[in-house]
Design a binder for this molecule. Structure first.
Ligand code: GLC
Length: 418
């Protein structure tokens, strides 16, 4: 059973592997995606394919911008099955990329590969080659994306990696929409439209892209250019943990980790400033309207990945437990009793394997081992049926894209024993 599950997971990764990188899902996402690369690299490492794992990260960082930003999609080859493609972004890069980023999960993956690779020479040389890129990305986030609370700012919902989360509804409501003639969605050819973002949201996503493109993709001043500027707890938590993970392995790698340690501290403080004590949750903060926004969603939950004071962990977990009486498959990505909740629409309710892993790993690291292992067991039940992009929290049915890379990769790296 265990062996069979691993074989099937590996088959998904192999099918999605291209020349040096792995696409998230055939057809639906035919390029390299930034934060997918982290868990995907860990999946390759879990089956002993260390060279493939290191190459996955090296390819991503080879597309880094001079500012330090790592783009959220690298368009390694031409493929018309995805919109918006390189001609919409028009960033003028080679290889073509988008002009936005995603949470720097690949940094933590690099630290983990370094710690785990049994070939110490390869570990040292691969990690040291990546080191300046890792540091440059985090420094850019600190320099160009620092919000009023000291948390990290996103300038587009796509940067959160949680595209249509209800967390962004309020901030998006004032964003200009592009006209219908600029939209050529391809996603709804593969996945039922009721499981994807709405057309209005797509027009707003493209509206922000248009504004930033017109401003010349200046990655040093995107918060000043964008009509959407939000301090994001999930992005901040992943950046804080990335910095802490670098600091933890720096000495063994023979590099100076002091700057990373300082950054982990300051981002941790920024993250904790986003705690809403009344709600008992970490909430995004809209920089333009100067207000905390949205219901309890996955982006606040991901704070657990960076480590949260125990009393807050208990409050957050009690809330998540209360959801299970009506929604047995853990963990819904948004608060079920909020009117914005939708059990099948992407980030508005469905369960995502990546979120469960970030939460469980953070819990285990902080000593909540029972809760972490219960979440692992619950997630394993989901992937045993399918390696889906996400799952309906009412019955655990796999929905969205199928043959999804990070669901398979985390099956190998987290949900099954080698
Ligand atoms: C979707 C997800 C995003 C992910 C991408 C590729 O856009 O919202 O988080 O990185 O697909 O899997």
């Amino acid at each position: 059973m265990e062996g069979d599950l691993r074989r099937r997971a590996l088959a998904v990764l192999e099918r999605n592997h291209r020349d040096g990188y792995t696409v998230p899902a055939q057809g639906l996402y035919p390029f390299q995606w930034c934060w997918d690369s982290g868990p995907i690299a860990l999946g390759w490492a879990a089956v002993g394919r260390w060279d493939t794992a290191w190459t996955e990260l090296a390819r991503l960082f080879s597309a880094q911008w001079a500012s330090g930003m790592v783009p959220h999609i690298v368009f390694w080859q031409k493929d018309d099955s995805y919109f918006p493609g390189p001609e919409v972004w028009a960033t003028g890069r080679n290889p073509p990329t988008t002009g936005l980023t995603q949470p720097p999960l690949a940094v933590s993956a690099a630290a983990r590969l370094f710690a785990g690779d049994p070939d110490r020479d390869r570990a040292l040389s691969s990690f040291r080659a990546l080191w300046p890129h890792l540091v440059a990305w985090l420094s850019w986030i600190e320099r160009a994306r620092n919000g009023p609370h000291g948390a990290s700012v996103i300038v587009h919902p796509w940067e959160a990696g949680m595209d249509n989360s209800p967390s962004w509804d309020q901030s998006l409501s004032v964003v200009p929409e592009v006209g219908n003639e600029h939209i050529e969605r391809r996603d709804v050819a593969t996945v039922s439209a009721d499981q994807r973002p709405s057309s209005r949201e797509y027009r707003q996503y493209l509206g922000i892209v248009e504004v930033l493109r017109t401003a010349g993709w200046n990655t040093e001043r995107q918060p000043a250019d964008s009509p959407f500027v939000v301090e994001d707890p999930g992005f901040t938590a992943i950046t804080a943990r990335a910095a802490a993970d670098l600091a933890a392995v720096a000495a063994a790698a023979g590099v100076d980790g002091r700057e990373s340690a300082r950054l982990a501290e300051s981002l941790g403080a920024g993250l904790h400033a986003l705690w809403d004590d009344e709600m008992g949750w970490y909430r995004p903060y809209d920089v333009l309207t100067k207000s905390s926004v949205g219901p309890a969603t996955s982006t606040g939950l991901v704070a657990l990945w960076a480590g949260v004071p125990a009393a807050r962990v208990h409050r957050m977990l009690a809330r998540v437990d209360s959801w299970r009486s009506t929604l047995p498959a853990a963990i819904p990505t948004s608060q079920p009793d909020d009117p914005s909740f939708d059990p099948i629409r992407y980030w508005r309710g469905p369960v995502w394997v990546l979120v469960n892993w970030l939460v469980a790993d953070g819990l285990a690291r902080e000593g909540f081992t029972d809760q972490a292992s219960a979440l692992r067991t619950a997630t394993r039940t989901l992937v045993a049926q399918s390696f889906s992009e996400y799952y309906d929290p009412r019955d655990g049915a796999g929905i969205g894209g199928q043959g999804f890379s990070w669901s398979a990769a985390l099956t190998l790296a987290w949900l099954t024993e080698a």
